[in-house]
Ligand binder design. Structure first.
Ligand code: ZN
Length: 829
């Protein structure tokens, strides 16, 4: 039990950030004097009110956190093609970037953002409510907020089932956290019951929904912070603009701005959100600490912050001594937290800089890596001893009297870690449908696992302080300048599956099963054992190859070789080197790179979905205009169609006429503004017999209305059906789209993933046929998921059906329906 408690304390240790300026250190000193904590709570990255958070953290100087139930995995991606957990990885980093700007901390629960949800009941069913409540209670018991601020109300004004659910979690978790009978298993990890002073709802005005009223408690949060040189309307805009994958750049705002609140639990505030909370050391009956903090603030020298180091070190010891004797839970926690903040300020005020630089970004087990530990004391503080600690070994900095001289310690390190060690912690175990599974409960709530591979230990006499130093690789980009990335571990052999869906029943030659093996080292001539695993069954195939370092080798198999069953199946491929040493390798490395966030690298198991159903296709030649990024074109190739990727220059009548069908990728009109210029070209193409199939676009920008994309007017609405198993009605059972070349039946709508569709068509006239009707539970039937119009000799189709999700998941019915949509101008002409 003791060991667990120690571990949690270690993980709570502050991470060292970049060097703060004197005025930021000054603000940090002021925060040492404020003993209150606020937690903002909502469902997604971007739900948080960055203006209020900036104000709480920097004006009220409260320790401030944002608990987002999900990592935003289920949204759309405006900057690239990553979806699902990859989008969640990106948004995790965007939230961390936002928090570095607004000064708050970031937390998550295990909830997986499975996409739009209309009710909290659906959200809780899929997430597993108890697990999400457990995590929220854990974060509350650990972070110990005095106030919790929910973004949303517990009704349909929340606008999204996840939002509504987050309001329920805010209230229920606040109550459960205080109850010693709720989640008592958490107490063995050093947590205790925790009672918050109040829970508030921060009302809002979004678009047409306003939940603000004059009788609500309000505060002005638009102040200017001279220490930061910015107002909260500016800090907030900078923070919010980090949500780049959602395209949420927002303008600065200046001057007075009010936020409004409704009390959910506890007494209503009258003057401040924190009314009734003990916010000073005097109030906590520690006048000597109050005096020490005020003295540090008064004496702070902006041109020589390191003069504060002895005072800060004395305060650190005072806080630690008091913590040892204190019996009140809240006061003890504040003493501990303030000791950590003081420890961080000692490093910042000293001007000491330390780094740990590896000679590569990616290393494999067994590699010998050169690591350079760098240290420089740029101020006037005089630590008595300085050590780096790596793998339990101490490396002393010997020339301590040298000021402002960069000193290096070089070491060689043979990697014993496994690639799993740097896998994002919530992806180490397979995920359930609605939540991630953690292999280490102590990481509950963390945005990512802290990097504790290297530590810097500073000693000032008998005071010993340890700081984590991230192990990084650095290089210089001629345009962007110096870039640093965390060093991560990769497997010695990666395996990639070239085509993850293989259709064997289209009457065309199926794609081969291609496995690409990428060795990270030289293995020479080897016998390789491939396994294709299907639950407890597997097929083994031996192949020979010459494995040279970093040279991919492709192995091709016929689908009959790897599976001999009749039904569709999901297979996991594995490869072994038969030299007696190797274990099975199943993973490839995915690297996600964007300029606004650090590189993301994670391990992904390969899979092959063999779809054995009969899917009839026509001899249609297809042109594909990519949109925001989807894998639909690859799916069309897997079906056996001839598909060409076309660009703006190809939108000419004589080029288009060589294709039977033109399909636009998801949100093509949103991402390619030039498409609107080719309205006449595309309409003429349809009139002359072509088929134009638009996958969903969103309603923004406004030009995307009425006739600018279609021969006949319709609107793109916000209609969507989010229950992937909702019943589907055949409104026009004899329509070609349900009969040719595939007979579509109810079972073709089984096994869909995440949702039926989104951004359905609405307000369309009689020129359009709408063969499908569908609805979520307790909602009205919607008929805009697929609309078809005959125009001249051809067909115009708009569909919000989520083919971009179903096809990569290998859903046979979605393939059949798409084949029928493609066949529309081949039938009944
Ligand atoms: Zn949201």
């Amino acid at each position: 039990m003791k060991r667990c408690y120690l571990l949690i304390t270690l993980l709570l240790a502050i991470q060292s950030f970049g060097q703060l300026s004197s005025s930021e250190i000054h603000l940090g000193l002021q925060k040492l004097g404020v003993t209150g904590t606020a937690l903002y709570l909502a469902a997604h990255p971007d739900d948080e009110n960055t203006r209020l958070i900036s104000y709480l953290a920097n004006e009220k100087k409260l320790r401030t956190g944002y608990l987002s139930l999900t990592r935003g995995d289920g949204g759309q991606n405006l900057i690239g093609s990553e979806l699902g957990i990859e989008l969640g990885l990106i948004r995790t980093q965007e939230l961390l970037a936002a928090r570095r700007i607004d000064g708050a901390e970031q937390f998550f629960t295990r909830a997986f953002d499975f996409g739009f949800s209309k009710s909290p009941d659906e959200a809780f069913d899929i997430w597993n409510k108890e697990k999400i409540l457990h995590d929220a209670v854990w974060v509350i018991r650990k972070f110990k907020p005095d106030i919790i601020i929910a973004r949303f109300p517990e009704d349909n004004r929340a606008g999204h089932g996840h939002h509504w659910a987050s309001a329920i979690i805010a209230r229920e978790a606040a109550i459960a956290a205080a109850d010693p009978n709720k989640f008592p298993e958490q107490f063995q990890y050093g947590l205790q019951p925790w009672e918050v002073t109040r829970v508030l709802w921060n009302t809002f005005s979004f678009g047409r929904t306003s939940t603000i009223s004059d009788d609500q408690f309000k505060i002005d949060v638009g102040q200017f912070n001279p220490l930061l040189g910015k107002g909260y309307g500016e800090i907030s805009a900078e923070s919010r603009s980090q949500h780049k994958s959602q395209g949420f750049g927002v303008p600065n705002s200046y001057g007075q701005a009010f936020e409004y609140f409704v009390t959910i639990l506890g007494t209503a505030p009258e003057k401040e959100l924190t009314d009734g909370v003990k916010l000073s050391w005097d109030a906590l009956k520690y006048p000597s600490i109050e005096k020490a903090v005020q003295h540090l603030i008064a004496e702070f020298d902006h041109s020589n912050p390191s003069a504060s180091v002895p005072g800060l070190t004395a305060l650190y010891n005072q806080l630690q001594d008091a913590r040892g004797k204190e019996t009140d839970l809240r006061t003890k926690h504040i003493l501990e937290q303030k000791a950590k903040e003081t420890q961080n300020l000692i490093l910042q005020a000293s001007g000491i800089y330390a780094e740990a630089i590896a000679d590569r970004q990616f290393a494999i087990p067994g590699d010998t890596v050169n690591i350079q530990l760098g240290f420089v004391n740029r101020g006037n503080a005089s630590p008595t001893e300085v050590h780096f600690i790596h793998e339990g070994k101490a490396y002393p900095v010997t020339e301590l009297s040298k000021k402002n001289i960069f000193q290096e310690i070089k070491l060689k390190y043979r990697i014993i870690e496994s690639p799993e060690d740097t896998q994002p912690y919530w992806l180490k175990k397979p995920k359930a449908e609605g939540h991630f599974n953690l292999d280490n409960i102590l990481l509950t709530g963390f945005p990512e696992e802290p990097d504790g591979r290297v530590k810097l230990k500073l000693s000032f006499g008998n005071t010993h302080l340890e700081y984590p130093v991230s192990l990084q690789y650095k290089y210089t980009d001629p345009v962007k300048g110096e870039i640093r990335q965390k060093m991560v571990y990769h497997p010695a052999i990666q395996i990639e599956v070239k085509h993850s869906v293989i259709l064997t029943g289209t009457g065309r030659t199926p794609l081969p099963v291609v496995i690409r093996v990428i060795p990270a080292d030289h293995y020479g001539e080897q016998e390789l054992e491939f396994k294709f695993i299907n639950g407890n069954n597997q097929i083994r195939i031996i192949r020979k190859a010459n494995l040279r370092k970093n040279i991919p080798v492709e192995f091709s198999f016929n689908h009959h070789e790897i599976y001999n069953g009749k039904n569709s199946v999901r297979l996991v491929p594995e490869v072994n080197i038969l030299n007696g040493k190797s274990k099975g390798y199943r993973q490839s490395v995915r690297i996600i790179r964007y300029d606004h966030i650090p590189d993301i690298s994670y391990l992904k198991e390969g899979e092959i979905k063999l779809v054995k159903e009969e899917i009839k296709i026509t001899d249609s030649k297809i042109a594909y205009i990519p949109g925001a990024g989807d894998a639909v074109m690859e799916a069309l190739q897997a079906m056996g169609y001839q598909v060409a990727l076309i660009a703006e220059a190809d939108l000419q009548p004589n080029i288009l006429k060589s294709y039977d069908v033109v399909i636009t990728g998801i949100r093509a009109y949103n991402t390619n503004s030039w498409l609107l210029k080719y309205y006449d070209v595309l309409m003429d193409y349809v009139k002359n017999g072509g088929s134009l199939i638009l996958q969903y676009n969103t309603t923004i920008p406004q030009e995307l209305i009425k006739s600018s994309i279609s021969p006949f007017p319709f609107f793109i609405g916000r209609g969507r059906v989010t229950e992937e198993d909702s019943p589907v009605n055949f409104l026009m059972p004899s329509h070609a789209v349900l009969n040719f070349p595939n007979k579509i039946q109810q079972q073709d709508f089984n096994g869909w993933v995440q949702e039926r569709g989104l951004y359905f068509a609405q307000d369309f006239g009689n020129e359009f046929e709408a063969p499908l009707g569908m609805a979520d539970k307790n909602e009205e039937l919607q008929n805009g998921s697929l609309i078809i119009a005959k125009y001249g000799e051809g067909r115009f189709v708009y569909t919000g059906l989520a083919f971009f999700r179903q096809l990569p998941a290998g859903v046979p019915g979605a393939y059949k329906l798409l084949a029928n949509i493609i066949a529309l101008n081949k039938n009944g002409k």
